[in-house]
Design a binder for this molecule. Structure first.
Ligand code: ZN
Ligand code: ZN
Ligand code: FE
Length: 764
């Protein structure tokens, strides 16, 4: 007889790991115990040597689907001579590196029970098991146990308790386990927050929605607003009441088969749709959806539709009850404030939008928006990493020797906590210039620190002096006397892409972005950097043009158009000729000309995002937009599906001169070239600029690794063409697959830079 102590680190809590260990040990006739520590699982097993080896092997090979073993250690112990194997109570003392599991979509076994009339959980909207259910959104403290979740007030009934204690059961130690007898219940509210008595709240809700009404429904990480996606009136009303012109809505459909009525679904997209993260996946819409047309307001002018499949039992019941009708499912908020989480917030903020509110009495502790993703060249390209993904740790390429908080940027904000090899990125917080989002940012940093039992010893932030996150970092650093580490925006983008690929070497970083603070006070965003985590240099960038009116130019792309036209020596009045739907006057053009010539409130910018804006507006679309990047997105849509058709000239030295490109576009317009052809040529031109610049840097710096980051690389067409052409040219090309290329990925890059900074011997 021998005895082994085995310590397992990684995603091992809240994923059915202990029951799995129990089952495995019991099957092999081993004795001992398994115990959750914060951040790891400790196992001691005793038995014959070959059985122990078998145990150690199977532990790694057959670990539960949702678990991830990052590190496993074993050492021999003296034998004890127990008679059985047991699961021990959790050790509540905090240790380092706690791992909190993301929420997991309802598993197949639970789904089968949900629709089985003989099952005791038939149509029960809160069923779950060790393989599925809420995690992050209900957790109040670590380690993960029922009494530290929002399920604590629900005492398990005898039947549930029996399952919970039965090692052979799928619900063995499933912390949020519940049934209709003992668990949460649905409740229907009117917009004033008064309870509506109903024998079947779900049915009443569905009736309202199918009648053309708007409903609010409590989900996993917050409330959604729901309406029938085929109902133009309902969709328009939702648009108007949400104050959200032109931004597309996501749609929930019951399954892939229903999705294929509206969209093309590739095998990779199907996998993502069905994944346990259940993100919103952007899919190409079919040209002519036969008799199933969606209201045009769902995704106006957009060739893509954001689709997600049901991920809670309530969603499954809902999509079933509406007979597979496509449902708009959009975050329960007005414009960009945080998603409503409590009934109070729902009534306060959504009462004016929804006619009916379907809620329940299982509190949401952590608010969490849906994730958004797409597939580019057969690989996932995350656009928003949130519910289902956060807070799954990402492995850092460098050990983070002290606990670090990275506060990210200002827009599409996420923060991250780093310790050891773990980078824990938060869910999506939103744009911090909204006060409510900023408050959520502050509160949720506190929450994550508590959950992960982490006290940051350093705070890393963007160099931008006016970002709310920078202000937060400065205040906390002063209060708690911890060092600050400022990081340049595009250096963080570069590090973010490097980190997710585990790179630790010098690379060429192509960072095409909207805006970021440059140390020379200019607005950067079209950068070719050479560097690593420790250092970077700006090897090449797009030619500076003025940003007339500063932030105003982001909402009004025609301003950028005027700036670029003047810079290229073209007549800026072309902007007034082309914007038929949304006219720009000669007076306005003259005003911007004056701004540009005086330099007043017109900082120089190298932003590629703004170049997209300018070119789109010059060509007569999107003179004004309702959200940043809208013009660029419409420009991508136009070019998508248009065959390749040459490209425009540019000049490349230490600066990329875009003036020949702008001139050539104006000539194309004069010739009457179609917009979509211009858009396609523009994309090819950007890809050519990247390839040419990278070739130059390869010769100069003897580097062949290229990372592509920055918000512009959300553009599938540009990303795909750039990757293909760089790879043809024998570059090693790295693009985002785990975190978004936009500012949602900044916090990871900041952490990696901090890890390197504090790993360097000279800083000790
Ligand atoms: Zn399940
Ligand atoms: Zn029960
Ligand atoms: Fe950025």
């Amino acid at each position: 007889m021998e005895r082994l102590s085995i310590s397992v680190r990684g995603i091992v809590q809240g994923v059915g790991f202990r029951p799995f260990v129990f089952g495995l040990a019991s099957r092999l006739g081993l004795t001992g115990f398994v115990r959750n520590l914060s951040g790891s699982v400790l196992i001691e097993v005793e038995g014959r040597q070959e059985k122990l080896e078998c145990f150690f092997h199977e532990l790694q090979v057959h670990a539960p689907k949702l678990s991830r073993i990052d590190d496993i250690q074993r050492h021999p112990l003296p034998t004890v001579g127990e008679t059985r194997f047991r699961i021990e109570a959790s050790d509540p003392t905090p240790h380092d590196q706690v791992v909190i599991s993301p929420d997991v979509a309802t598993c197949d076994a639970c789904c089968a029970e949900l629709f089985d009339p003989r099952d005791r959980r038939f149509r029960y909207p809160f069923l779950n098991c060790t393989n599925c259910g809420p995690r992050l959104t209900i957790i109040e403290g670590a380690p993960y146990d029922r009494q530290r979740t929002t399920m604590a007030p629900f005492a398990m009934c005898a039947a549930c308790l029996a399952e919970y204690n039965d090692p052979r059961d799928r619900r063995f130690h499933a912390q949020p386990d519940a049934c209709p007898e003992c668990g949460p219940q649905l409740r229907l509210l009117n917009p004033a927050g008064e309870t509506l008595e109903s024998a079947d709240p779900l049915r009443a809700f569905v009736d309202e929605v199918l009648r053309g009404g708007i409903g609010a429904i409590k989900g996993l990480g917050g409330f959604h607003l729901v309406c029938d996606a085929r109902d133009q009136q309902a969709v328009d009303a939702l648009c108007a009441r949400k104050h959200r012109d032109q931004k597309p809505f996501a749609v929930m459909l019951p399954d892939v088969a229903h999705t294929e009525r509206y969209c093309l679904v590739s095998p990779a997209e199907q996998t993502l749709l069905n994944s346990h993260q259940r993100p919103i996946v952007l899919l190409r819409m079919l040209g002519d959806p036969t008799g199933q047309a969606l209201a045009s307001g769902v995704a106006p002018g957009n060739p893509y539709l954001g689709v997600m499949l049901p991920y809670t039992p309530l969603h499954h019941l809902l999509t079933h009850e509406v007979g597979g009708a496509p449902l708009v499912m959009t975050s329960g908020n007005q414009s960009d404030e945080p998603i409503a989480r409590t009934d109070r917030e729902a009534v306060l903020r959504l009462g004016g939008i929804a006619a009916i509110i379907l809620t329940h009495n299982r509190p949401i502790h952590v608010r969490c928006d849906d994730s958004v993703t797409r597939v580019v060249a057969n690989q996932e390209l995350p656009l928003r990493r949130s519910r289902g993904y956060a807070p799954q740790p990402i492995r850092l390429p460098i050990e983070c020797r002290r606990p670090v908080l990275a506060v990210g940027g200002q827009f599409k904000s996420t923060f991250a906590l780093g310790s050891g090899r773990h980078a824990v990125l938060s869910h999506h917080i939103g744009d911090l210039d909204h006060f409510a989002a900023y408050r959520a940012f502050e509160i949720e940093i506190g929450l994550y620190e508590q959950l992960l039992a982490m006290q940051p010893q350093s705070i890393v932030h963007d160099m931008h002096p006016d970002y709310a996150s920078t202000g937060y970092a400065a205040r906390r650093a002063a209060e708690q006397r911890v060092p600050l580490l400022p990081v340049q925006h595009h250096h963080a983008h570069l590090a973010s892409c490097m980190a997710e690929h585990g790179l630790d070497e010098q690379v060429i970083g192509v960072i095409f972005d909207g805006t970021g603070y440059g140390p020379d006070q200019a607005v950067w965003g079209g950068e070719f950097l050479v560097g690593d985590y420790a250092h970077y240099r700006r090897a090449c960038h797009l030619r500076y043009t003025p940003l007339p009116g500063g932030a105003k130019a982001i909402q009004e792309p025609w301003r950028m158009a005027v700036a670029h036209l003047l810079d290229a020596g073209c007549d800026p009045s072309i902007v007034t000729r082309n914007s038929v739907a949304d006219p720009v006057t000669r007076g306005q053009v003259a005003m911007v000309e004056k701004l540009v010539s005086s330099g007043f409130n017109s900082p120089p910018t190298s932003s590629v995002g703004r170049l997209f804006d300018a070119v789109a507006a010059i060509s007569g679309m999107a003179a004004r937009v309702s959200y940043e990047g809208q013009a660029a997105m419409q420009w991508e849509w136009l070019a998508t599906g248009t065959p390749e058709d040459g490209s425009y000239p540019f000049e490349l030295a230490d600066v990329v001169d875009t003036r020949p490109l702008v001139k050539a576009i104006v000539q194309d317009l004069v010739r009457g070239t179609q917009q979509r052809v211009i858009a396609r040529r523009f994309h090819s031109t950007l890809a050519s600029i990247i390839v040419e610049a990278c070739r130059r840097l390869r010769t100069q710096a003897a580097l062949d690794a290229v990372v592509l980051s920055g918000g512009v690389f959300q553009n599938a067409l540009l990303l795909e063409e750039t990757c293909a052409r760089l790879e043809q040219d024998a570059f090693r090309v790295y693009r985002h697959r785990l975190v978004p290329p936009n500012d949602g990925g900044l916090s990871l890059g900041q952490l990696a830079i901090a890890a390197k900074h504090y790993a360097a011997p000279e800083t000790h």
